[in-house]
Design a protein around this ligand. Structure first.
Ligand code: FES
Ligand SMILES: [Fe+2]
Length: 431
């Protein structure tokens, strides 16, 4: 399938958002080959603990072995195909036992036994036949406790795949005095009625907030001011919302940095270093652990969020991670995870939880406004009202150095152009 004619430097054809064949190829060429986020190691703390998820079209699960190692397996029994784990998470005990005829497997997927083994005498069923073990992901690796798997035996290492985007996990973990986070063991799951690309483009789209989120931002700003006038200061969480109503010029002054493989960073715009007692206590812990200079280096990275293309948005200063699992050209599951900084004050977790609920959860007005736009976008692109999607903003006006594109204006559509550069390479098999 040729797709390069659908992508021009400043515009793309609408079918890349709507066509079933293109979507199928995306799953084959991209999602079922790149390193996909499985979960955090703290989701499976004990041997036998599992967590189920999807890589492309493949139902998978990760499970902690008796030796502490995490294995990523296809959720399919080698006997007659029944899924081995039925829930999103749980514990399988000392072995994987199929609910249909009790074939059983070690926690690393290796064949263990069948009932009445004499029935298989002289057949190819047995421990030496790899077809009788649960199929494993071709490669599994982790970075700072975040577990990834690739279904392709070849390709870049996890670190090479993440490239500069690995700062997402560093910026999150380095805020803990012990350098680690642990998952909040439940996530919000939302089915977006739009192509996965809408979400990825929107994450670094600094032109939309003051339009899309104007009503929320203005209303929050009004209350924030009233409280401030009355008491001298307003709670930080009002700022989480009022910041969305910043002027176009303020958004334009923010920078996006766009890396190879479609990854990118939106630089900070909210000034998330308040000087209240909770923050000071937290910073003192970090200074104790890392020294003043290193702490300053950690806290001044100035990141709002990081995109790991094509499916992750990590908001490292507030310990949140959104992960996409595409379902169809017009349906995308998003998981919204949240983490605690190990060893940090409870108040710091509560503060991030406010953001989780106010901005990223299904209950927020912010996310709801985005979701509505993307649904309407999907409907528009499915129509015959026009063939092209425009990414002309600041085309020719960005700075490129060693394959990294720095926007000279925060509202540049460099983000989308960069994502499609990677997309074409993946689809044409050159990345
Ligand atoms: S399908 Fe799993 S044991 Fe038969
Ligand atoms: Fe938005």
């Amino acid at each position: 399938m040729h797709v390069s004619h659908l992508i021009e430097p400043d515009r793309v054809h609408r079918t890349v958002y709507t066509d079933q064949q293109i979507f199928d190829r995306e799953l084959t060429q991209i999602f079922e080959r790149v390193w996909v986020y499985c979960g955090h190691q703290s989701q499976v703390p004990q041997p036998g603990d599992y967590h189920a998820f999807q890589i492309g079209r493949q139902p998978m699960f990760m499970v902690r072995g008796k030796d502490g190692q995490i294995h990523v397996l296809h959720n399919r029994c080698p006997h007659r195909g029944v899924q081995l784990v039925g829930n999103q998470k749980g514990n399988v005990g000392g072995a994987l036992v199929c609910s249909y005829h009790a074939w059983s497997f070690q926690l690393d997927g290796k064949f263990r036994s069948t009932p009445l083994p004499r029935g298989y005498d002289g057949t190819r069923v047995g421990p030496d036949n790899p077809d009788c073990s649960v199929k494993r992901a071709a490669r599994v690796d982790a970075y700072r406790g975040f577990v990834f798997a690739s279904l392709s035996p070849a390709g870049p290492s996890l670190l090479d795949f993440l490239g500069e985007a690995r700062v997402a996990f560093d910026d999150m973990c380095d805020r803990s005095p012990v350098g680690e986070v642990e998952v909040v063991p439940i996530c919000h799951r939302v089915i977006q009625h739009s192509n996965w690309k809408f979400f990825m483009e929107n994450q670094l789209d600094a032109l939309h907030p003051s339009v899309t989120h104007q009503s929320t931002g203005v209303a929050a700003g009004r209350i924030e001011k009233q409280i401030k006038d009355r008491t001298g200061k307003a709670p930080l969480y009002y700022h989480y919302l009022s910041a969305f109503a910043s002027k176009f010029e303020q958004w334009d002054a923010v920078q996006t940095i766009n890396f190879p493989r479609g990854h990118g960073i939106l630089k900070a715009y909210m000034g998330l270093r308040p000087q209240d007692p909770d923050t000071r206590a937290h910073e003192a812990m970090l200074v104790e652990a890392y020294g003043a200079e290193q702490t300053e280096a950690y806290l001044s990275r100035g990141i709002h969020h990081v995109l790991v293309y094509p499916y992750l948005s990590v908001q490292s200063p507030l310990q949140q991670l959104r992960c996409l699992r595409p379902i169809s050209p017009s349906q995308t599951l998003s998981e919204i995870w949240h983490f605690r900084l190990k060893g940090a004050p409870e108040a710091i977790y509560r503060r991030a939880l406010w953001y989780y609920n106010l901005v990223n959860s299904p209950a927020t007005m912010v996310n709801a406004d985005d979701l509505e736009n993307w649904t309407k976008g999907q409907w528009g692109l499915a129509s015959d009202g026009g063939d092209w999607v425009s990414f002309h903003r600041d085309h020719g006006g960005d700075t490129e150095q060693d394959g990294v594109i720095y926007s000279n204006h925060g509202t540049s559509e460099a983000v989308m152009r960069n994502q499609f550069r990677a997309w074409v390479q993946y689809m044409a098999d050159t990345l």
